[in-house]
Design a protein around this ligand. Structure first.
Ligand code: C5P
Length: 239
């Protein structure tokens, strides 16, 4: 499929049109931002890891009956995906309190939760992606009641599949963010990416952080953490 013009450039990815109206090409960059763009940098090789890891996870999820936008990996950094209309809500699933939840509630990072929780954030850079309730999402028309139910169910299922897969690689899936999109006809697909940029991965034995928190918090060893996660995910899929 022919790569067409650039149609969107975000913080970590570019999106190009194709000769098909139903497909776009996503290109992953090495640019990294945190705290809503206030901190900027480059993580060398990140785009390659995030492209490959997202695609491996999407394939794993498809094998478990979860529909995603993934079509075909085209190169180290580029993937053909189904074109969707993104639901303007970031869906976060948490297994342990960390990050913004730990801060907001004044509880230590790593505090266990009685069950996985699903949160919704309104996708709006100017507002810093505020936390909203399901009722906001429904009342403001960002998603219908039925779509919200599907999103919740799918997000928890993704959590189950990925947590189990990662635990076998000695990784604790602490939390992660998903985005959903509507394909033509309205079918909801899992979209965007699933990578060390969008997940918290802690080594199961040592608690070492293997994700973007190393960049956000200036912990060093950022590239090495991304590479280590890639190695573990590929190792798990070779079994
Ligand atoms: O910052 P917070 O604790 O709310 O993040 C929860 C999870 O969602 C983390 O894994 C983080 O990497 C991810 N996230 C994201 N994009 C955002 C906000 C959070 O990928 N804009």
């Amino acid at each position: 499929m022919e790569q067409g013009p650039l149609i969107y450039e975000g913080k970590a990815k570019k999106v190009y049109g194709t000769s098909s109206p139903e497909h776009v090409i996503v290109e992953y960059k090495d640019d990294a931002t945190a705290f809503n763009g206030q901190k900027r940098g480059v993580i060398t090789g990140k785009g390659v890891v995030n492209n490959r890891m997202s695609n491996l996870f999407f394939r794993l999820l498809e094998a478990h009956g979860i529909e995603t936008h993934f079509v075909e990996e085209l190169s180290e950094r580029r993937t053909l995906v189904r074109k969707v209309e993104i639901v303007p809500v970031e869906v976060v699933v948490r297994n342990l309190a960390a990050g913004s939840m730990a801060k907001r509630l004044g509880i230590p990072e790593g505090t266990p939760l009685g069950r996985p929780i699903v949160e919704f954030y309104y996708k709006n850079d100017e507002l810093g992606d505020p936390l909203v309730s399901e009722e906001h999402v429904e009342a403001l028309g960002w998603a219908s009641r039925g779509e919200i139910d599907t999103i919740r169910r799918t997000a928890l299922r993704v959590n189950q599949v990925l947590s189990e897969f990662l635990a076998a690689q000695n990784v604790r899936l602490v939390d992660f963010k998903l985005e959903f999109g509507r394909a033509p006809g309205g079918r909801l697909l899992l979209a965007d990416e699933i990578s060390p940029d969008t997940c918290r991965f802690w080594d199961l034995a040592t608690g070492e952080k293997l994700d973007k928190d190393r960049f956000r918090r200036d912990l060093g060893g950022v590239e090495q953490a991304y590479e280590e996660m890639m190695r573990r995910v590929e190792g798990g899929l070779r079994r």
